[in-house]
Design a binder for this molecule. Structure first.
Ligand code: ADP
Length: 322
C-alpha cells in the first residue's frame, strides 16, 4: 500500500483539476464583512482558523461590540445543487441545537457568491489537535471530555437528531477547555413523534406503548453515535483509535471482529472501568449498546476524579495537579 511519507519526497502528482465548489487556499474574505439586511452586523475578519472539505473558517469580530465568532465560509454558488441542499440541511439542523457542549450557530447570510455562517468561536482547536500534542490524555481529562460529549449527544438525540459523524476532529474546545461538538454535515433528523404516529402507525388504537414513549429518537439508528463515543474515549486514553490500520479494508475487518486491544505500553494505566465503558459502546449489536442516559452512570465516571479546571496550556501539557 502507498503511504505518504514526509521523509522521502515523491514526485509531485499531476495537478488535479481544481474543484469548482471549493474555496481555494489563498482566498480570504474582504477585511470587513457586512451582513445584508436590517440587522446589518459588520464583522472584522481576523486570522484563518482552519479548512475543511468545503468550508474555510476565519475569526470574525463584530465592529459594534467586539465580540468574536468563527465565520465559516462556503461558496454559495455551488455547482451541484445537491451540495447546497446538503449544506442547507446542515444549517437547519445545527441552528436548532442550543446546548453548552454544542458549537452555537448564530446566523447565516450570503454575500458576493459566498455563504457565511456565524458560529461560536472555539479557539483551542479540536480534540485531534490536543491528543496529537499530548499523545494521550489523563484519566480525569478523559472523564471530563467524555461526560461533556455525552451531554451534547444526549441533547441531540432528545431532539431527534443523530450526529453520525462524531470524531475527534469534529469536537472542538472553547477557551475554557469545554467540549463543543460541531460539523453537522452528516446529521440526520428522524421523523418526529407526530409524523411517525400518523405516517407509520395509522390508527391510534393499535399503537404499541414503546412507540408512544417519549424517549426521543426512535429505533436504534442513534446507536451509531454511541459507537463513536466508544471510539473517541479509547482514542483519548490510548492516543490512537482502536482499529487503526494502514488501509480502510483492514480497519473494517478489524472492526467487524472487534479486534482491538489495550496495549500495555500505553503511557496511561487504563483501569478496568474504562475498558468496561469502551467495550459497552463498542458492541457489534447496536441494540445492545447502552442508552445515552446510561453512559455517564458507568463506574468509570463514578470511581475517579474528573478534571474540573483545565486551561489552554493543557492542549500541550498535562495539568500539574495530575
Ligand atoms: P467542513 O464542514 O468543510 O469540514 P469544518 O466545519 O470542519 O469544515 O471547518 C473547517 C475547519 O475550521 C475545522 O477543521 C477547524 O479547524 C475550523 N473550525 C470550524 N469550526 C470552528 C469553530 N466554531 N471555531 C474555531 N474553529 C473552527
Amino acid at each position: 500500500a502507498m503511504q505518504k511519507s514526509t521523509k522521502d519526497p515523491q514526485p509531485k502528482p499531476q495537478e488535479k483539476p481544481s474543484n469548482p465548489d471549493r474555496i481555494d487556499d489563498k482566498w480570504r474574505p474582504p477585511v470587513t464583512v457586512t451582513e445584508p439586511g436590517d440587522s446589518a452586523q459588520t464583522y472584522v475578519v481576523g486570522k484563518k482558523l482552519g479548512k475543511g472539505g468545503f468550508a474555510v473558517c476565519f475569526e470574525g469580530r463584530t465592529q459594534s461590540t467586539g465580540e468574536v465568532f468563527a465565520l465559516k465560509v462556503v461558496k454559495a454558488k455551488v455547482e451541484q445543487k445537491k451540495m447546497m441542499e446538503k449544506f442547507r440541511t446542515e444549517m437547519q439542523i445545527h441552528a436548532k441545537m442550543v446546548h453548552p457542549n454544542i458549537v452555537e450557530f448564530y446566523r447565516a447570510f450570503s454575500l458576493e457568491g459566498h455563504t457565511y455562517v456565524v458560529l461560536e468561536l472555539c479557539d483551542n482547536g479540536s480534540l485531534t489537535d490536543m491528543v496529537k500534542a499530548r499523545s494521550c490524555l489523563s484519566l480525569p481529562e478523559v472523564r471530563r471530555f467524555t461526560i461533556q460529549i455525552c451531554g451534547g449527544v444526549k441533547y441531540m438525540h432528545k431532539r431527534n437528531v443523530i450526529h453520525r459523524d462524531l470524531k475527534m476532529g469534529n469536537i472542538f474546545l472553547d477557551s475554557n477547555m469545554n467540549i463543543k461538538i460541531g460539523d453537522f454535515g452528516l446529521a440526520a433528523v428522524l421523523a418526529d413523534d407526530q409524523d411517525r404516529r400518523t405516517t407509520l402507525c395509522g390508527t391510534p388504537n393499535y399503537i404499541a406503548p414503546e412507540i408512544l414513549s417519549k424517549s426521543g429518537v426512535r429505533g436504534h439508528d442513534s446507536k451509531v453515535d454511541v459507537w463513536a463515543i466508544g471510539i473517541i474515549c479509547y482514542a483519548m486514553l490510548m492516543g490512537t483509535p482502536p482499529f487503526q490500520s494502514k488501509t480502510q479494508q483492514e480497519i473494517y475487518s478489524k472492526l467487524k471482529n472487534l479486534d482491538y486491544e489495550w496495549k500495555l505500553d500505553s503511557k496511561n494505566f487504563i483501569p478496568d472501568e474504562a475498558k468496561e465503558f469502551v467495550a459497552a459502546c463498542l458492541n457489534l449489536v447496536a441494540t445492545d449498546r447502552p442508552e445515552m442516559d446510561d453512559l455517564v452512570e458507568y463506574s468509570f465516571f463514578k470511581n475517579g476524579t474528573i478534571a474540573d479546571v483545565l486551561e489552554r496550556a493543557n492542549m500541550r501539557a498535562k495539568p500539574i495537579w495530575l
